[in-house]
Design a protein around this ligand. Structure first.
Ligand code: T4K
Length: 400
């Protein structure tokens, strides 16, 4: 019997700089007594991100959700927007807050992003834009979506909350579509405690977004548009600056963790690994999704999720339920029954991955999953031999 972990192993754990480095940065903030409203660290963070992403068309925000809300408002998007049901709810909330109607279409089964064919089929005269998500950091079908957007005169926006650091053919993912939103939340591969970034094709957006995130102020006495407050502060920028230096190292550690998981989990029947990234992609290993095949594994995804908690392993069901199944979005337009998204939502489990996760701990998580699988198979075998195959799933929660 494998022992549970002594301390909880969560799906994510924020990377942190050394306390000494952070304290040193705090001293500077204390000396200047400049905490927010476009301080020097936010400026420096922006400059460093311009170098990292290779574009000057970039704006920083207090979090990703407000960044996306402001983007939609600033770009003047109205009417219907075609989007994915398989995402974190903030993607849809951002549309709703702008009084835009989300139209959900199904995803493709390889990387769980919007299926371009379904997108094209759902376009109507009311459609103004496509809002796609690079789920788990894997790029969407970029060329197909771009072609569809141009052909139909639609704006193309990416929720790239998971995709910071990803490159396609050596180009940052920040360069695709009309605009991309990145989240720098503590649970992300790279973070500034909370934080968000927009990158965009049209340089004019920079000034617009600057107004919108700072109450629309032109100067002390003039307000040129009804803005809100969504500015990044100096503490966030300090964290971001210190972690940005470690980006390559953090991706490399995640790559090694992902590789170890893939080697070990490939041996467990009923655990299906997601397609590896295309050769043209420099992936960031933001998440570690696997699919649980109940027939082979012997338990459902939800049973495995609960069983892992008993071992102090807190995997998550990103993204379950589907957004259109949340009470506040039921009744919205969906094109068909979204079978691929429904299948993913009922089978995907995202396992713990973060740069400080030890490979020994990855091995132990895989041992636990393997152990749960073998015991569930024994139960299934025993139940089928005694003619009680149907009752095995009821048994497993309590008796495994
Ligand atoms: N679009 C997409 C596709 C997104 O995934 C997100 C955010 C957004 C838009 C919006 O971006 P932001 O406005 O957040 O910048 C978490 C994150 O809070 C959320 O940012 C993220 N997506 C989502 C996928 O995951 P929860 O509700 O699952 O977080 P929570 O608090 O349960 O944290 C997950 C685990 O991380 C915990 O079990 C423990 C660990 N943890 C968490 C925090 C906050 C830590 O160890 N330390 C921490 O400080 O949403």
């Amino acid at each position: 019997m494998i022992r549970p972990f002594d301390k909880p192993i969560y799906v994510a754990r924020p990377a942190l700089p050394s306390l000494e480095e952070f304290r040193c940065g705090l001293e500077g903030i204390w000396d200047r007594a400049w905490l927010t409203n476009n301080g020097p660290l936010v400026e420096q963070f922006r400059d460093n991100l311009i170098t990292f992403c290779g574009t000057k068309n970039l704006s920083l925000f207090v979090n990703g959700t407000l960044a996306l809300q402001i983007a939609l408002q600033g770009m003047g998007i109205t009417g219907d927007v075609i989007t994915t049901p398989y995402t974190f709810v903030a993607t849809t909330h951002s549309l709703f807050w702008n009084k835009i109607r989300p139209v959900f279409v199904d995803i493709e089964p390889d990387y769980y992003s919007l299926d371009p064919a379904q997108v094209e089929a759902a376009i109507t005269p009311w459609t103004s834009a496509i809002l796609a998500v690079h789920v788990y950091g894997q790029p969407c079908y970029l060329e197909n979506l771009e072609r569809i957007a141009r052909k139909h005169g639609l704006k193309l926006l990416y929720d790239a909350a998971h995709a910071f650091g990803v490159e396609v053919n050596g180009t940052s993912i920040a360069h695709f579509g009309d605009l991309s939103m990145f989240s720098f939340h503590a649970t992300k591969i790279f973070h500034s405690i909370e934080g968000g970034m927009l990158t965009f094709r049209d340089p004019e957006y920079r000034r617009l977004f600057d107004y919108l995130k700072n109450f629309g102020f032109e100067n002390e006495t003039e307000v040129v548009m009804p803005g809100t407050n969504a500015k990044m502060n100096e503490f966030q920028a300090l964290m971001g600056l210190l972690l940005l230096r470690r980006m390559d190292e953090m991706i490399e550690r995640r790559r090694a963790i992902n590789e170890r998981y893939r080697e070990r989990l490939a041996l467990i029947p009923g655990i299906r690994l997601v397609s590896p990234p295309a050769e043209t992609v420099r992936y960031n290993y933001a998440y570690m999704p696997v699919e649980v095949e109940q027939d082979e594994f012997g338990l459902t995804r939800d049973q495995l999720y609960l069983k892992l908690r008993e071992f102090n392993v807190f995997a998550r069901r990103y993204f379950y339920p589907l957004v259109p199944d949340y009470a506040c979005y039921r009744g919205l337009v969906a094109s068909g029954n979204l079978p691929v998204a429904r299948r993913a939502a009922s089978r995907v489990l995202t396992l713990p991955i973060y740069s400080d996760l030890a490979l020994d701990d990855v091995d132990r998580i895989c041992d636990i999953i393997g152990d749960i699988a073998s015991r569930s198979c024994k139960w299934a075998l025993a139940a089928s031999q005694s003619g009680q195959a149907d009752s095995v799933l009821a048994l497993t929660d309590t008796q495994l």
